[in-house]
Design a protein around this ligand. Structure first.
Ligand SMILES: [Zn+2]
Length: 357
């Protein structure tokens, strides 16, 4: 079934993990055997051929670069200017993949409809370009809010103001505090260009401030439920209800620690924790119970977000296994219409609404 994945860090993998994503996962793993610089070496699950094999023809793909003040222990750049330059390298990688016929940027309604027609024309997918909607995860690299216009012009269509820790425009996962004046200026510029607010990673204070202040479109590209796995990275029922009221779509994430309670990074294994794809359905189903329908959920797998097989559901070998999800939904009593909505329909309805004018 045609599938949309609303969160992948493809260019980060290309430029920082040094992965040539035109190669299938199997090749990428072979190339990394013996490497120990990152925990997910030789365990990646995402590549362009595997996206095609899984009928995942449209993704939301990020640029990502953090600024860190001297007292911030997280990895990152020492100035916003360096972070900006890093994101520019990333967007040039996407453009280079376009030139190679591997990807195509989707930035408006006409482009979206054309791309969907191509992917649903009945011919094999193995040479079709993977569509990507450009998103920015953490806005530290936006040197001043005026840079939003520059970014919009090269195709940026969604921004998550925060990532992990304190940010320049908003406070993220494991941090606390409000967005303040700079954050509000950023939101204002986003609104001017009809850029989607990605609520994912906003800490509770910044989340409520952002939703209060911002009147444009909101989604949560990769987010699970605090009611099932209690962590500030996840959304509370109150937050989920607010997102549903704003007609948001929330993408279920396949990062094991966000799926099952008690995960210990670097120690737990998916098998021992019984972490399988069905666990994501639990989170999606929880959101459906709050909404009273299946119109606010989708997939935002995050499968290349600095982890691989070691921290993914055990019944997923590569991202192509997202095709197991329709059957799992069917087993829970979801109708064919619900299933199509989860796999692609809800994201597409959202985009058609936002890009209608
Ligand atoms: Zn993330």
């Amino acid at each position: 079934m045609f599938t949309v994945d609303a969160h992948l860090d493809l260019s980060m993998n290309a430029m920082e993990w040094n992965r040539d994503l035109r190669q299938p996962v199997e090749r990428l793993r072979e190339r990394e055997l013996g490497m120990t610089d990152k925990p997910d070496r030789a365990k990646g699950t995402v590549s362009l051929p595997d996206l095609r094999r899984g009928n995942i023809g449209l993704v939301v793909a990020t640029q990502i670069a953090r600024f860190v003040a001297p007292d911030n222990p997280l990895p990152g750049w020492q100035s916003p200017e360096q972070a900006w330059a890093q994101t520019q390298g990333q967007q040039i990688w996407y453009k280079t993949m376009e030139a190679a016929g591997e990807m195509v940027q989707i930035r408006d309604l006409a482009g979206l409809e054309k791309h969907l027609a191509l992917w649903n024309d009945g011919t094999p997918n193995d040479v079709k370009p993977v569509g990507y909607i450009l998103s920015l995860e953490g806005a530290d690299s936006i040197i001043t809010p005026a840079y939003v216009e520059t970014a919009y012009n090269y195709g940026l269509r969604a921004i998550g103001p925060a990532h992990y820790g304190p940010g320049r425009y908003a406070q993220g996962t494991d941090a606390t505090g409000f967005m303040g004046m700079a954050g509000r200026e950023l939101l204002q510029e986003m609104q001017r260009f009809n850029i989607i607010l990605d609520a994912t990673h906003l800490c509770d204070d910044s989340f409520w401030e952002a939703l209060d202040f911002f009147t444009g479109p909101v989604w949560a590209s990769h987010n699970n439920c605090r009611a099932l796995v209690d962590h500030n990275r996840q959304f509370s029922d109150e937050q989920l209800r607010e997102l549903i009221a704003r007609d948001a779509v929330i993408g279920g994430a396949l990062d094991a620690w966000m799926m099952v309670p008690g995960w210990v990074r670097g120690q737990s294994t998916p098998e021992a924790m019984n972490c399988n794809l069905a666990k994501m359905i639990d989170h999606l189903d929880h959101i459906c119970q709050l909404a009273g329908n299946a119109l606010h959920i989708g997939i935002g797998s995050d499968l290349d977000g600095a982890f691989g097989k070691e921290q993914s559901p055990y019944d997923l070998e590569t991202i192509a296994d997202l095709q197991k999800i329709p059957d799992l939904l069917r087993q829970r009593g979801y109708t064919d219409e619900d299933i199509a909505n989860v796999m692609h329909g809800n994201w597409l309805r959202f985009l058609r609404r936002v890009w209608a004018n």
